[in-house]
Structure formats: structure tokens, C-alpha cells
Design a protein around this ligand. Structure first.
Ligand code: TEU
Length: 534
């Protein structure tokens, strides 16, 4: 194991590298085909050697796993498939010993239909106080046979489901994820308690799922396309909720990262005011195609929108909801768009991988913090999941047209020559792994100096020890068309060539790292990035 990194205490989150663990697919400690906390604990040395500052766990709570754990039945219990609360506590303290902080995921918009509150609401019947915690309504139409409004789903399909006594309940996602009514004080109290519960167990931060969706416009009016404001996205009441959350986080020194998908920069930045969330995911950057002009504009807009609120930007290339980076960058349309996801979109993986390597050096050199999704450091492509094995409700709710998100959630390959690449035992994992993944296995890549894993390890080590990375200013340098070049304080230069022709490098003293070899004339080939010291 590499030297244990020194934990940074002050404002660590302003320039942290945060690794996202999808527990079901990271490592399987008990050999049942599903990843678990024992698996994560056994791989902490891997994460320490990789050099990440923190780990964000997607939900690990008690859940029927209808939506991969984003359907939480009890926040104070770990799902038995993953482990126990005692194990989570051990994991948090063992991670701390490795210099790694833990971030948990809270899903305030909805709970599982198996949550005690929803079960009680179903049992209690129409107009009961139990139902006030959710959005139960009579239907429209002569016999109440029509849903109470026309709201579009976040997952396609209906947003209302009728229960046998005739009332309907709202669910922006699946019917197994009823939305909570955030105007109810008990809903607020309960979540404040859940935050304390996890901060008291030593977590350093909380990721807030669907953070801009919880509040609904009073009266639940119909949605009218193009008419502002939207009835359930980005309601003003949310800011009051996050201010009260921030006060709790401050008691514990905890931090928030909000999942806020909002194209409007000014509205987005409101969530990052000094008394609200510390950070939010930068989905504009994630959605941006591999194009120098578009990326530069997105970087500029990102920095401009964060500056007035003094929040650090985050840089995200991938997560458990979107197409894996190397596959996306290998496509003709290399941006990401939920609506455009389809089966069989061709991708040139060689080109996508080259670009993903360059993008790694780009994101790690930009001002702010970086999120790294498990398997991204291995350069895993999006997997094709055979139709009969697809699990993601997004696929089923699209009527089978959307491949869903399982292709980026496949269990990790740890060892090239072991059954199921050493994910667990010889038990078939919950999602099948492609036949040609031995090449991506951690053991094979560890032994290969020019692998994606070696690139990430070196880059993270340099970023951690070197000057000029993380929070702080950046300045664009003059560069040819298709080339991004910028300098950071203390003499770091990052150059990325997204053009077709090799590019001349700006004057420099020393090459620190490149994502691929320079050409015979010392130029930067296409789809390649370099870190330089002037
Ligand atoms: O994602 C939120 C989400 O799915 C929306 O942002 C949606 O995808 C977007 O608006 C496009 O329509 C979170 C989780 O990351 C995801 O895995 C869960 O399925 C979802 O919430 C429900 O909890």
C-alpha cells in the first residue's frame, strides 16, 4: 500500500477528489454476487493508493432496490444485502485512518413505498393525517378516474398512481417512490434528524439527491410547457430548507453536494450561497460534447456563475446515471442527453479512451473539486446488458426504448484471471460483466505504466503534492483552434488538444505528465493533454 495521505482539515472540499462508490457493484465481500460494505472495506487500500480525498456512497440504506437504493425504506438501517450499521461505522473510521472522508447520499424527494410512513398512509385512508406526509389527492373526471394533474415524470410514464380506496399519490419517479410533502413540518424534522444521525456517525458530507425537486407549487397546478415557473422544479421554498440544513452541517463541520440539474446559471448559483449548499454537481460540464469551443464556454460559464457566491466549482465526467465517459466521447455526438439515449449508438472506444484520458488531466487541472465515478479510473466502457438482465426501472418505464442506466453500473473487474474478474466469488454478479473485460482489471492495469489506472494514480498524486492545483484562479493562454490552454497560479500549465492536427506546446521548462506520448517534433497529438511547468 502507498503512503497514507495526510488528511486536510480546512476547506478540504474546495479542491477534493471525491470517488463515487456504487456499493452494489464495487466489491463483493460475502460472495453472493452483490457488492457490499465488507467489499468496500477490503478495498480501502486501493482507494488510498489511488489517492482520493473522499468517497461518496450512493444509498446503502434498507431498500427494496427498485431504483438501485434510491427508494429508501429506512435511513437508519443499512440494507442487509450491503451489511449492518456497525459495519458502516467501522467503514467510516477505517476510511478515516486511510485519510479518506465519507459522504452519504440522502434522497429527500421521496421514500420507498415500503417505508413505514407510506405503509401507514395507505392503511389510514383518505384525508388522514398519515396521508398528509405525501401528496394524496382525489382524481379528476366524473369518478375521479383521471390523475389530479398532468405533471411529466422524471423517468417517463405516469406521475400519479391510484390506490384501491380511490385516491391518487404523486411520484415523480417510479410508483415505488412516493414523493414527500415538504410543506409538512414532520417531513422537515425527520430529515434534519437523519442528517444528524449520519453526521454523528462521522460522515464528512451529504450528497442531496434530486435537490431541486422536493418543493411543489401549492395547489399542484398543471404543467404548461414553456410557462415559467415550473410547478415542481426549483421552487423558492427550497432555499429555506437548505438554510436549515446548512446550520446543522455547520455544527458538525459537514458539507453538502447538491444534485441540481438546472440549466439556468443564476438559478443554479442560488443553491450555493454561503448559507446554503457548499457545492453542487456541474452537469453542464458533464453534458458537454468533446469540442474545444463548447468546453471552454462551459468552463467560463461555470466559473462565472460560482464566483459571486464564492463556491468552488465541481467537475464531473460521469456518474451512475449517465453513459460511461469513454463510450460517450467515442460517439459522433459526444454530449450527454437523457432524452437522446438509445440502444446501439456506435462508439469508437479507442478514440473515446484517448479523449477520456485527456479529459482526466483537464478536469484535474481546473479550479475546484473533481468527482470520479468507480470504474472511470479503469476506463471502463458502457456495457451492453442483455435484454433479459436489465434491472433499471428507467428502461421499463420508457417502454423499452431507453437502454437504462445499468450499462454504467456493472460490477468492477479486479483481477483478470479470476471468476467474474475477482468481483466476489464464482457466484454470477447481479449484472453480467462483458467477456472482454480482463483488459480493464485492476491487477492488469496496475502492472501497466500506460494504463488508465496508472494515469489516474500519477495524476492524483501530482495533484495532491504539486502546486497550482485545486481551488484558485486560472487564466486562458493563447492557443490554436481546437486547443485549450490555461495556466494556474504557481506555474502549472494545462494544454488539451481537441483539434485534428498536432499542436505546438506553449514555452515550458518541464513536462509533468501527458495523457499520451508527444509526437516526434515535441507536439501534442490530437485528443491528448499535457501538464507543464513554465
Ligand atoms: O437522479 C435524479 C434524476 O434522475 C433526474 O435528475 C433525472 O434523471 C433528470 O432530471 C433527467 O430527466 C437521482 C439519482 O441519481 C438517480 O439514480 C435516481 O434514480 C433518482 O434520483 C431518483 O432518486
Amino acid at each position: 500500500m502507498a503512503a497514507v495521505p495526510t488528511p486536510r482539515t480546512d476547506d478540504w472540499w474546495r479542491d477534493a477528489v471525491i470517488y463515487q462508490v456504487y456499493p452494489r457493484s464495487f466489491a463483493d465481500g460475502d460472495g453472493d454476487g452483490t457488492g457490499d460494505l465488507a467489499g468496500v472495506r477490503s478495498r480501502l487500500p486501493y482507494l488510498a493508493e489511488l489517492g482520493v480525498d473522499a468517497v461518496w456512497f450512493t444509498p446503502w440504506y434498507l431498500s427494496p432496490l427498485v431504483d438501485g437504493g434510491y427508494d429508501v425504506a429506512d435511513y437508519r438501517t443499512i440494507d442487509p444485502a450491503f451489511g449492518t450499521i456497525e459495519e458502516a461505522e467501522k467503514l467510516i473510521s477505517e476510511a478515516a485512518e486511510c485519510g479518506i472522508r465519507v459522504i452519504v447520499d440522502i434522497v429527500p424527494n421521496h421514500v420507498s413505498d415500503q417505508h413505514a410512513w407510506f405503509q401507514a398512509a395507505l392503511a389510514a385512508g383518505p384525508r388522514s393525517p398519515e396521508r398528509e406526509l405525501f401528496h394524496f389527492r382525489p382524481g379528476r373526471g366524473e369518478h375521479g378516474e383521471l390523475p389530479p394533474n398532468n405533471w411529466p415524470s422524471q423517468f417517463s410514464g405516469a406521475t400519479w398512481t391510484r390506490v384501491p380506496d380511490g385516491e391518487w399519490y404523486l411520484h415523480l419517479f417510479t410508483p415505488e417512490q412516493p414523493d414527500l410533502d415538504w410543506s409538512h413540518p414532520a417531513v422537515r424534522r425527520e430529515h434534519e434528524d437523519v442528517l444528524r444521525f449520519w453526521f454523528e456517525r462521522g460522515v464528512a458530507g451529504v450528497r442531496i439527491d434530486s435537490a431541486a425537486l422536493l418543493a411543489k407549487r401549492a395547489g399542484l397546478p398543471d404543467f404548461e410547457e414553456g410557462v415559467d415557473p415550473h410547478p415542481y422544479i426549483d421552487q423558492d421554498e427550497l432555499h429555506d430548507i437548505y438554510r436549515s440544513w446548512r446550520a446543522i452541517a455547520d455544527e458538525y463541520g459537514g458539507v453538502f453536494v447538491g444534485e441540481v440539474w438546472l440549466p439556468d446559471a443564476e438559478r443554479f448559483a442560488r443553491y450555493l450561497r454561503p448559507d446554503e449548499l457548499h457545492t453542487a454537481f456541474n452537469f453542464n460540464f458533464l453534458s458537454c460534447p468533446w469540442d474545444a469551443g463548447r468546453l471552454r464556454r462551459t468552463i467560463d460559464d461555470t466559473l462565472a456563475e460560482h464566483a459571486p457566491v464564492e463556491a468552488p466549482a465541481t467537475w464531473v465526467l460521469c456518474n451512475h446515471d449517465v453513459t460511461r465517459t469513454v463510450t460517450r466521447y467515442g460517439r459522433a455526438d459526444s454530449g450527454f442527453d437523457f432524452a437522446a439515449k438509445a440502444f446501439g449508438t456506435p462508439s469508437d472506444l479507442a478514440s473515446g479512451t484517448r479523449r477520456a484520458r485527456a479529459a482526466a488531466l483537464l478536469t484535474l487541472a481546473l479550479p475546484g473539486s473533481v468527482y470520479l465515478y468507480q470504474g472511470e479510473e479503469l476506463g471502463l466502457p458502457e456495457a451492453d446488458i442483455p435484454l433479459g438482465r436489465i434491472q433499471d426501472p428507467m428502461h421499463f418505464r420508457s417502454g423499452g426504448t431507453d437502454p437504462g442506466r445499468d450499462g454504467c453500473r456493472v460490477p468492477l473487474p479486479w483481477a483478470a484471471d479470476l471468476p467474474h474478474y475477482g468481483f466476489g466469488s464464482d457466484t454470477e454478479p447481479w449484472l453480467p460483466q462483458p467477456d472482454d473485460w480482463a483488459q480493464y482489471a485492476v491487477d492488469r492495469q496496475s502492472a501497466t505504466p500506460d494504463s488508465m489506472l496508472s494515469l489516474y494514480r500519477t495524476a492524483l498524486q501530482l495533484r495532491r503534492s504539486g502546486a497550482g492545483f485545486g481551488d484558485g484562479p486560472m487564466t486562458w493562454l493563447p492557443a490554436a483552434d481546437g486547443v485549450l490552454a490555461f495556466t494556474r497560479a504557481q506555474g502549472l500549465i494545462c494544454v488539451v488538444n481537441l483539434g485534428d492536427e498536432p499542436a505546438d506546446l506553449p514555452p515550458y521548462e518541464q513536462v509533468i505528465l501527458t495523457s499520451g506520448p508527444l509526437d516526434g517534433q515535441g507536439r501534442l497529438p490530437r485528443d491528448t493533454a499535457a501538464w507543464l511547468r513554465p
